[in-house]
Design a protein. Structure first.
Length: 409
């Protein structure tokens, strides 16, 4: 497969051309087609071509870059259109590939900045409107499929035949673990084979589809499929859509269609029912109208991880007898430590949930009737069921049962 090579842009005229463009210029279809569109197997530039940005051309007036720096053309376009005008103080220059994980991190930091009054709401609205503007261009920047990717099915099938004997016994017994181990090994081979292919950017970025689901089904195998009969467990489909579903696998592939509609129809209905139950049960809960601290000495002690911190943001920590609000500005100080939190279920207020036990999030977003937020627990489960319509992957997890009872292995 072709190896990806970045050109280094040194021509002063080209450098001046890109650095003099405004965000408005960069979002025009004509600019993107002329510079990144492929015509006759040729294109002027790739988004991963390197360019040195001279001093004094990026940033707000009075805060331009003092030294030259090297970046890619794609990242320069992203930063100029999305970040430079309103968000430099919060995000800084993003000089790494904007994958799904990086995009989620940016969105999280922007949300915190709005809640903490460090940027106006209009700034995050503008950011997301710009994302909508650029969305149709993803097929120009990184095509969904390339000739090399389509031809890779031949190599992948060869690798499957080489590895099949290793997992044959488990697959013939319809063991989902054997199927998952088999497909993961083939997927690893496919990713190494295509790592420099231009169509892989679509998967790396998370812009469309996922490698573990969409690519797997198309090029590797359908994998473990839950049998509609709950007494029969799983069926293993080793065919892929690119090579065609075999006669042996046809019925089980058809059965896979039942899982998505079932989750979207039946399980979504169950989730909606639970949303209504949560609302009915907890709608009476409000913040203490006096906005006072109930004074309870009860707390919950948590080994604070980064993931838990995002769930507990704007809750109050008890530190040396004082209350400290957990925010994005001080969270790093507490990650990896045992932290005592005030918690709503431990509140001793007689008139609602006090401000200290409820945390400051509800005040920040202007909600007093906090009980109406509890249906989001059921809503999360409902949304997972809806997404199952598009992703029927079977995943296995190791669960330490003792953890549920506070017993460490």
């Amino acid at each position: 497969m072709a190896k990806r090579t970045s050109k280094v842009i040194k021509d002063p005229e080209i450098v001046n051309y890109f650095t003099s463009l405004t965000p408005y210029d960069m979002q025009k279809t004509s600019f993107i087609m002329e510079n990144f569109g492929e015509f006759g197997n040729k294109k002027k530039f790739n988004t991963y071509d390197l360019i040195e940005i001279p001093a004094g051309v990026f940033g707000k007036e009075g805060h331009k870059n003092k030294k030259p720096f090297v970046t890619t053309i794609g990242l320069f376009i992203f930063n100029r259109t999305f970040i430079e005008e309103d968000l430099m103080d919060v995000i800084g220059y993003v000089n790494r590939p904007v994958s799904k994980k990086v995009a989620e991190e940016i969105n999280k930091r922007l949300s915190y900045a709005v809640l903490e009054d460090r940027i106006p709401l209009e700034a995050i609205k503008k950011f997301h409107m710009m994302a909508q503007k650029f969305m149709p261009y993803c097929n120009i920047y990184c095509p969904s499929f390339s000739k090399e990717m389509l031809m890779s099915a031949t190599f992948i099938e060869k690798k499957k035949k080489e590895l099949y004997s290793k997992y044959k016994d488990g697959i013939e017994k319809n063991d989902p673990k054997a199927s998952i181990d088999f497909e993961n090994e083939v997927l690893k081979y496919a990713q190494d084979l295509l790592k420099d292919d231009k169509a892989m950017d679509m998967y790396y970025s998370g812009a469309k589809g996922s490698f573990d689901n969409n690519f797997k089904n198309i090029f590797v195998m359908k994998g473990a499929v839950k049998d509609p009969d709950p007494t029969k467990g799983f069926n293993i489909v080793t065919s892929s859509y690119m090579t065609g579903i075999s006669k042996k696998d046809y019925a089980n592939t058809a059965r896979a269609l039942a899982a998505g509609p079932y989750s979207r129809g039946i399980k979504t209905g169950i989730g909606g029912y639970w949303e209504k139950l949560f609302l009915k049960a907890f709608q009476h809960l409000t913040l203490d109208p006096n906005n006072k601290d109930c004074g309870t000495k009860k707390t919950i002690e948590i080994d604070l991880t980064e993931k838990l911190a995002s769930l507990l943001m704007y809750s109050y920590i008890v530190e040396n007898g004082k209350l400290v609000e957990l925010t994005s500005q001080n969270v790093d100080k507490y990650i990896g430590k045992k932290v005592k939190f005030r918690f709503s279920s431990l509140c001793e207020s007689k008139h609602g949930i006090c401000h200290a036990c409820a945390g400051n999030l509800f005040n920040r977003i202007g909600i007093t009737n906090v009980g109406v937020s509890t249906p989001q627990v059921a809503s999360k489960l409902k949304n997972i069921s809806m997404k199952a319509f598009h992703d029927a992957q079977v995943n296995l997890s190791d669960i330490d049962v003792g953890m549920a009872f506070g017993i460490k292995a």
